[in-house]
Write a protein that binds this ligand. Structure first.
Ligand SMILES: [Zn+2]
Length: 463
């Protein structure tokens, strides 16, 4: 049980001599955080491997594991295989005490999740997203300080917040009695201002201009809460839990009723100066194209996202083109929406399939532009539409590969999302987890996030 050998010190990103002035409890918290993050990334894992990966001595690792067990952050996960000596105890993240919550307010559906420290889903609830139409028997809305119909935003956002609060209450009731809720991230399909916690607007959800969503949620929930753009959350989900775990530069293309993208650059979400980076759906692809819900003309979303294809579908059916879509809405063509288009495509309706294939080609052109601009290692295509209608993926990927600057496209891999239709909601929960793992235990900030930057033992001299 010696200290870290001097020959290994050069490999450790040991803090400079200021580290010697840290209080012992800070060093202990830093080390525990490093061990915790190492268990998060590599668990179930034995103490000897934790020691090897963090550079901490076995004695320090054992003390950290004891401390983390007492805090209910990690648990023993059985016995590993022998490598010559006694068979080692394995450690993994605790599944029973700490939970992250998220609500994804989508254009048509709202999804609420509770996940444990490992990111596994423990409880899931869904409901249609309120559209701001007051139904008979609608419960009174309890958005603090705001009477229904007044203040920023319309009725839709207030109903959506009420629904989120209701779903979160029901989720928490399903968790074990000792459960600690770490926080909530609520995602929306539009750009958000992170400083004020305001939804700037949502092109496809009417009434969401300047909605102070985070203050509303904080008052209603009494929990730490944050808001996030949907595509950003999905990008973070792949980075933390999915196919992007080993990738520092990835692009997530979210295809729902509209199209958006989220960018992870150098391991962090890239949100831009005001949080609106990655609005892939609103690049112009047709100078003389139709008006978009954002107010511009000829946006990718208006020309070829599912929400922009609906008027084209209706026009074709009115011209006499037979389609399953007309049957689904029983002839009420005004009721055709992106969900009807998707349902018909899944049933192989030729008109719906050809429209979504066109969508794939246009989205592929947008992805090619993103490849040229940002040079991601990995492009992940996900969201409800590619999940339910897998033909969309090859249409997007082939066009993006063919049209991107070849030197860049050659090194970029395009893959389908590994997280299915809940990628956005998982990303919200993963953002809560990331904040927690940066801080717990103690308050040593972001150091040790990747489990590789352990402070050396107290006994180890700093050089
Ligand atoms: Zn637009």
């Amino acid at each position: 049980m010696g200290s870290v050998g001097k020959n290994r010190l050069h490999k450790l990103p040991v803090l400079n001599q200021d580290a010697q002035r840290l209080a012992p409890e800070d060093v202990r918290a830093f080390n525990a955080n490093s061990v915790l993050n190492c268990i998060r990334r590599f668990g179930p894992v034995a103490r000897i491997d934790l020691s090897r990966r963090t550079g901490l001595t076995p004695a320090t690792v054992s003390a950290c594991c004891r401390q983390l067990e007492e805090l209910h952050l990690v648990e023993q996960a059985g016995i590993g295989g022998s490598r010559g000596g006694r068979r080692p105890v394995l450690f993994q993240l605790s599944r029973t005490h700490f939970f992250a919550l998220s609500v994804d307010i989508g254009v048509s559906e709202t999804v609420a999740l509770a996940v444990d420290l490992s990111g596994s889903v423990c409880a899931r609830l869904t409901a249609p997203t309120p559209k701001g139409v007051a139904a008979e028997g609608t419960p009174s809305l309890s958005v603090p300080g705001e009477a229904a119909g007044q203040g920023p935003g319309g009725l839709g956002p207030r109903q959506a917040v009420q629904l989120a609060v209701d779903l979160l209450g029901r989720l928490r009731a399903q968790l074990p009695p000792q459960a600690v809720t770490l926080g909530v991230v609520v995602t929306v399909p539009g750009p958000v201002d992170y400083e004020t916690g305001t939804v700037l607007f949502s092109p496809n959800l009417p009434g969401w201009e300047g909605v102070p969503l985070r203050p509303w949620l904080r008052d209603a929930l009494g929990l730490p809460c944050w808001i996030e753009n949907d595509a950003n959350a999905a990008a973070w989900a792949e980075r933390w839990l999915g196919v992007g775990r080993e990738t520092d530069n990835l692009l997530f293309v979210l295809v729902d009723a509209g199209v958006g993208s989220g960018l992870v650059a150098d391991g962090e979400l890239y949100r831009g100066a005001r949080g609106t980076a990655g609005e892939l759906g609103h690049i112009t692809v047709d100078m003389e194209g139709p008006r978009c819900n954002c107010g511009n003309y000829g946006c990718l979303e208006a020309v070829a996202a599912p929400i922009g294809l609906v008027p084209q579908a209706v026009r074709e059916i009115r011209k006499g083109h037979p389609s399953r879509m007309a049957e689904i809405v029983q002839g009420r063509l005004e009721a055709i929406d992106p969900d009807v288009l998707l349902a018909a495509a899944v049933q192989r309706d030729p008109l719906a399939v050809s429209l979504l294939q066109k969508a794939g080609r246009y989205i592929g052109i947008g992805v090619a532009a993103m490849i040229n601009l940002f040079n991601p290692q990995l492009i992940v295509i996900g969201g409800r539409f590619p999940t339910a209608f897998p033909d969309l993926f090859p249409a997007i990927a082939a066009t993006a590969q063919a049209r991107a600057f070849q030197a860049l496209a050659g090194g970029a891999k395009i893959v389908p999302s590994s997280l299915g239709p809940d990628a956005v909601a998982l990303g919200g929960a993963a953002l809560v987890l990331r904040r927690f793992f940066q801080q717990a235990p103690g308050s040593t900030g972001g150091a040790g996030l990747d489990g590789s930057a352990a402070l050396a033992d107290k006994a180890t001299p700093f050089h």
